[in-house]
Each structure stands twice: as structure tokens, then as C-alpha cells.
Design a protein around this ligand. Structure first.
Ligand code: IVH
Length: 666
């Protein structure tokens, strides 16, 4: 019975994943989806023998790996010769004809050259069994756990008669819009930002912890096959149709007309120009086009030379670059105290957009490029989006320039800065630094945090400059009179500011924790913390042990939180906020489920993995505690339990088995 339901749930959820992530047309609400997903998890936890190989439960990320296993490709993953001019398409075509000793026109399949990370997906009897990076072309790395988190990649092919073997090759990428969101989240969380979408995609796939991949907006487009068994294709352009039929994402599903069968080289050249004009409008980065002999028979005849096929070539687009001069290098202080050098340039147009600023990231980067004030430089928009200094034109360097060094003292508060061993980032660690305070306040009031929508950056700057605000709680002590002392502050707008401050008082625990701006605690982590601790008091009482029980929290994050909550000034600030009338609603989740309001601790080895058991308890509304105390309701005991049992007995805590716990949820 439960096997049937399990198959049913796998199918329904996969169908919804497909509608949402491939077609962009969800047919149920997020809540309904969550309910189905929870039912699936519950079923799999209860019956560990069910077939999970194609279960959507695999997408949430698995236990972190220690290293990636190296695996041979059945067929080598090749690379392409590059050229930067459409004229080379013509010479490529001439070469092809010469090798084939023919004057007949060759049909080409043309498609965009995606600027991501190439990957091979291996389907055996329709099930995704492995995903490998290109590696050196012969030996790739097994990144299956990470790839399974990409919701648009089917875990099972949508066909009643899957082939014995199908190796799908394609590119993993991050869309431009998602990339900008990701980078601003990284910035807010005090984590390193990525230079471009490709780096972000590649960096994500190289993470050993697949939970990170599951939180990143990765996409996939298929464009080739490796080894197959039980499938025959004659032409490259048939692949796209087959891929769509079995549920594998291709670019033409999203943008029909973006790939093209070209009758000859001159049509391929027109295609190059067509794509070049489309490029700025595409939602993802491309760096050129790829053309391939359309017939697989011809591809075989043409063969390879070294590691490149003779049947395909890439014609790249010239990067959009321009020349300008560096007028100044300023050093900005971020919310976490990080000092970021930024080049201020004479305004210049690159690919239709005027740019004036480019981050120089850190001292290492400045040294590597040897960028100095007064230099002439080449700039481009990295991955079409972010301005980046490519290189200095040394011939044009004025005589008097000096190497730029990040100051030894914070430009805002003049305190000596710090650079930790092994870190590239220089930081101001003065807790009273005005620049850090301003950035922290901007974060605190931001839309996804406390949402003080009438308190903008400019107002924060003046409030801090005028010393009207020196900490979060001061915002809630502001009066209309205070605001009216500021320049350009009228009666009506002062009233609106006060209203906006007032209405932000009703908030959720997750928003509040996020607003505090604790290092590494982004929105998602704040949600997990809120779900886990339930109240702000519990959160302030968190111990290392209890923090490590929270999903996605490892040592580094736990230490950052502990450092924050154990700082009496900061903890008092939270209490001050509450006494000023902040109403922090407990997460709704904790109130639902059969185990709501009850606390649990696990000891000994259970039939299921420890993490899975904790997830199960939490999903059903229960709370996990870090140690045995009189606050504990149930001690769940497995094999070889430790001293906790005795202690629990002495405190009168109920002792139950895993099976009994399961029964409580039925
Ligand atoms: S077909 C050489 N098609 O380009 C084997 N490759 O230098 C044929 N790439 O590693 C590959 N977009 O990561 C092909 N539409 C596309 C592509 C594409 C990007 C990448 C791929 C490969 C590299 C070749």
C-alpha cells in the first residue's frame, strides 16, 4: 500500500517540479506542494526500503562529502577550437569540405555557446545515476549530489521505454537575474561575492556540501550526447526534440528560434550576427556560438584532432570592452567591517551602459592587476553585467603614479584595521565604527529584514551623522521633533517615517534574526534558526550544541552566532528593542504537527540516520533540545545509548523508542 503511494507521490511531485522549473507554469500552490513533499519524506523515513533512486527527496542535499570521486568518461568530453570572427566560420567550412574531399554544401546545426560549466548526466534505464564534470576531458569528478539538487534536471526520464544508457551533455548556468540576487545575498551575509555567473555556477558545483547547491539557482541546458545504448540519432537537430520529449531542458524549450539548422556556412554567419544582437536580451550569459556538422555520420567521418572535434567550432563574440582612466580609488566599509577598494573611473559606455565604478575586491587583486590612480585601463562588463577592470595600459601610465595600498586605518573611524592569516579581506573591527553602523542600520531597516520602508539610506546617513541614532533601538526612540531637526525633513514626511517605524514593530522571528546582521546569517539561515528556537529568548540562550542541530548550520556559522549572542551589549540591545514594543511572532510551523509543543533529544543509534530523525521530529512540529534537562519531554533511545538515559530517568523524562515516536505522529 505505502509502496503504491510512494510511487504516486514521486510521480506527482516530479510532475510539479517539471511544471514549475521547466515550464514556469506551476499548477498548485507552494503550500500544497510542501504538504506532498512532507508526506513523501515521512513515508521514506518510516519505510527505509522504498526505492528512493528517483525520489524528489534526493534534491534537498545530502551529507557533505570529503572529496569528489574521480570517474572516467565513457567517451572523452572534448573542447572546441575558438575564433573571434565570423570569417573563421567560412574557413572552418572550407577545411571540413577539404577533409571530406567534397564540394557539396554542408548542413550545420548552430546554437549559442553557453558560458557556464559543462557537465555529463548519466541515465541508466531512465534513472539519473551519475553526474560528472568535464575534468581533463577523460577523467571527471562525480558531482551527482550537487546536480541532483537542480530541480529542472529530471531524476527519471519521462518515457515509458527508457534507453539502457543515455549520457546527456550540457551546461550548468545561473541566469543573470538570479546571479544579481545571489550576489546581493552573499554581500548582505558578509560572504564573498562572485565575479560572474559562470564563476558562481562553477563554485557551487565544486562545493562538497550539496545543501549549498540546493540553495543556489542553478539551471541546465542540454546540447550533446556521450555514449548511448538503445537509441539511434541521425542528426544533431533531432537531439533537441528527443530531450524535450523525455523532460530534459534545452534552450529551445525556453526560447524557440535560438537554435537553427543552417544550410551552409553563409547561413551560419548570419546566425552569428543574429545571436550577437540577441545577446544583451538573453536571460543568461553566452560568449559566442557553436556550429556543428548536423549529420552524425559526417561527424564520425570528420573525427578529431588532439582533443577537439573537426566537425564543430566555436565563434566567440568580442568581449564588450572600452578604455577609460582611473580618477580615484576609494575604500568602502561594509556591514561586516570589510574594506572594499572601488575604482572611480571617467564615465564610459560599455555595451550600451555607462559605467563609472568597478570593485577591485581586495589588496591581492589590486596588486595582481597593479591598478593605480591615474592609469588608463580596459574595462568590460564581467559576464555582461558587472563592470570589471581587465588590465592596465602600462604604456599610458603617467610618471608620478604610486602603487595603491589599502589604508592601515579605517577610512571612517581611523581605527587600525585587521587582516587575518589566510584571509584576503581587510576589516575594521571597531564595534563603534560609524561606517559599519550605517551599513548595519541600512540592513536592519531593509525590506526583507524589519521593513522600515520610509527609512532610506540617506536618512540613515543623516541620523548617524547627527548622532540621533547610535544603535538599532534608537530608531524606535525617535520622535517627530528629532526628525524635524534634520535638513530637508518636512512635517508630512517626518510623520510618515514615524508611522513606518511604528508599523515595523510587528514582525516575525525570522525577519528579526535576519535583521540583526549576524555574520553568515542570511535570510534562509534566519528562517531555520527561527523554526528551531521558536522564541527570541531561546535563540539568545542557544548553545554550540543546540546551534549545530539547526539545518545548514556548521561550525563557522555557529561560532559567529555564539560570538554575537554572548556579547552582552548586543544581547541587551535585543532586550531594549523588545521593551520598546517590538512584537516578534513565533514561527507558525512550530505550532502545527503532531509533535507540536513537545521537546525531544536523541541518544544511541536509531534505525534511521540522525539528521533524518531530527528533520522528521521538526517537520512534525517537535523541538530538538541539546541536552537532558527538566525542560526535555522525551528522550528517544536507540542502540548503545549513553549516560543520558540515566539522567533522563532521574529527572522523570519520558523514554521512548523510534517506533513509539513514529506512532505519536499517526
Ligand atoms: S557542443 C566539443 N554546444 O564549450 C564538444 N558545447 O570548448 C562539443 N559549450 O566544454 C560540445 N555551449 O562546455 C557544445 N551549445 C554548445 C555549447 C558548448 C557551451 C561549451 C562546452 C564545452 C566547450 C567547448
Amino acid at each position: 500500500m505505502s509502496k503504491k503511494r510512494h510511487e504516486e507521490l514521486k510521480k506527482i511531485i516530479s510532475e510539479h517540479d517539471y511544471n514549475y522549473h521547466m515550464l514556469d507554469r506551476p499548477t498548485i500552490s507552494d503550500q500544497e506542494y510542501d504538504l506532498l513533499f512532507e508526506e513523501l519524506l515521512r513515508l521514506e523515513l518510516r519505510e527505509p526500503d522504498l526505492d528512493k533512486s528517483d525520489s524528489p527527496s534526493q534534491r534537498v542535499g545530502a551529507a557533505p562529502l570529503v572529496f569528489f570521486e574521480k570517474v572516467s568518461h565513457r567517451r572523452p568530453m572534448l573542447s572546441l577550437s575558438n575564433s573571434y570572427s565570423p570569417v573563421d566560420i567560412v574557413s572552418f567550412d572550407e577545411r571540413v569540405k577539404k577533409i571530406l574531399n567534397s564540394t557539396d554544401e554542408i548542413e550545420y546545426f548552430a546554437e549559442p555557446k553557453f558560458d557556464g560549466l559543462s557537465i555529463e548526466l548519466i541515465y541508466e534505464n531512465g534513472i539519473l545515476t551519475r553526474a560528472l564534470t568535464r575534468g581533463d576531458g577523460s577523467l571527471g569528478e562525480d558531482v551527482t549530489q550537487n546536480v541532483k539538487t537542480i530541480k529542472s534536471i529530471p531524476l527519471k526520464l519521462k518515457t515509458p521505454s527508457p534507453p539502457r544508457l543515455l549520457e546527456v551533455r550540457g551546461e550548468i548556468l545561473i541566469f543573470k537575474k538570479d546571479f544579481e540576487k545571489l550576489n546581493s545575498q552573499q554581500q548582505e551575509n558578509g560572504q564573498q561575492t562572485f565575479a560572474n555567473p559562470r564563476n558562481a555556477a562553477a563554485g557551487t558545483i565544486r562545493q562538497l556540501d550539496s545543501k549549498i547547491a540546493s540553495s543556489r539557482p542553478l539551471k541546465f541546458f542540454a546540447y550533446a550526447i556521450g555514449e548511448t545504448e538503445g537509441l539511434v540519432f541521425e542528426k544533431q537537430d533531432q537531439l533537441g526534440e528527443y530531450f524535450s520529449n523525455v523532460g530534459i531542458p534545452t534552450v529551445s524549450l525556453l526560447h524557440p528560434g535560438l537554435v537553427r539548422v543552417c544550410k551552409n556556412a553563409s547561413e551560419a554567419v548570419s546566425y552569428y550576427h543574429f545571436i550577437e544582437t540577441e545577446r544583451p536580451r538573453l536571460p543568461f550569459d553566452i560568449d559566442g556560438i557553436v556550429i556543428k556538422a548536423n549529420s552524425f555520420r559526417l561527424q564520425d567521418d570528420l573525427g578529431l584532432v588532439a582533443r577537439s572535434p573537426r566537425w564543430a567550432t566555436a565563434a566567440k563574440f568580442k568581449p564588450q570592452q572600452a578604455e577609460t582612466t582611473i580618477e580615484n580609488i576609494v575604500v568602502q566599509v561594509g556591514r561586516t567591517g570589510a574594506l572594499t577598494p572601488v575604482a572611480i573611473m571617467s564615465p564610459v559606455k560599455v555595451g550600451g551602459v555607462t559605467i563609472t565604478n568597478a570593485t577591485l575586491h581586495n589588496q591581492e587583486e589590486i596588486d595582481r592587476k597593479d591598478v593605480r590612480i591615474g592609469d588608463s585601463v580596459i574595462v568590460q562588463r564581467a559576464g555582461d553585467v558587472i563592470p570589471e577592470i581587465v588590465q592596465v595600459i602600462l604604456q599610458k601610465r603617467p610618471k608620478s603614479t604610486q602603487p595603491f595600498v589599502i589604508p592601515s586605518h579605517c577610512p571612517s573611524c581611523l581605527t587600525a584595521v585587521q587582516k587575518l592569516e589566510g584571509e584576503v579581506i581587510t576589516r575594521c573591527t571597531n564595534p563603534l565604527c560609524q561606517a559599519i553602523l550605517k551599513e548595519s542600520l541600512k540592513h536592519f531597516v531593509s525590506r526583507r529584514a524589519m521593513n522600515l520602508d520610509k527609512v532610506g539610506d540617506r536618512l540613515i546617513e543623516s541620523l548617524v551623522d547627527k548622532k540621533l541614532v547610535t544603535k538599532f533601538s534608537d530608531l524606535y526612540r525617535l520622535s517627530k521633533q528629532d526628525l524635524l531637526t534634520l535638513d530637508r525633513q518636512g512635517d508630512k514626511s517626518a510623520e510618515n517615517v514615524i508611522k513606518s517605524i511604528h508599523s515595523s514593530k510587528k514582525t516575525s522571528l525570522a525577519r528579526f534574526i535576519f535583521a540583526l546582521g549576524i555574520r553568515f546569517v542570511g535570510e534562509q539561515t534566519a528562517k531555520h534558526l527561527a523554526d528551531h528556537f521558536g522564541t527570541i529568548e531561546n535563540f539568545l540562550d542557544a548553545t554550540e550544541e543546540s546551534l549545530l542541530l539547526v539545518p545548514e548550520i556548521g561550525n563557522k556559522v555557529a561560532q559567529a552566532i555564539l560570538a554575537w549572542i554572548s556579547n552582552p551589549k548586543l544581547a541587551n540591545e535585543v532586550r531594549a528593542l523588545i521593551s520598546l514594543g517590538l512584537e516578534i511572532a513565533a514561527p507558525q510551523r512550530a505550532a502545527v504537527g503532531e509533535l507540536a509543543g513537545k521537546s525531544f533529544l536523541i541518544t544511541g543509534t536509531l534505525e534511521v540516520k540522525r539528521d533524518a530523525a531530527k528533520d522528521f521530529i521538526e517537520k512534525n512540529g517537535g523541538k530538538i533540545l541539546g541536552s537532558v534537562s527538566s525542560k526535555l519531554n522525551y528522550l528517544v533511545v536507540g542502540e548503545d545509548p549513553g549516560s543520558k538515559v540515566e539522567k533522563a530517568e532521574s529527572l522523570g523524562v519520558k523514554i521512548i523508542s523510534w517506533e513509539e515516536l513514529i506512532k505519536m505522529t499517526k
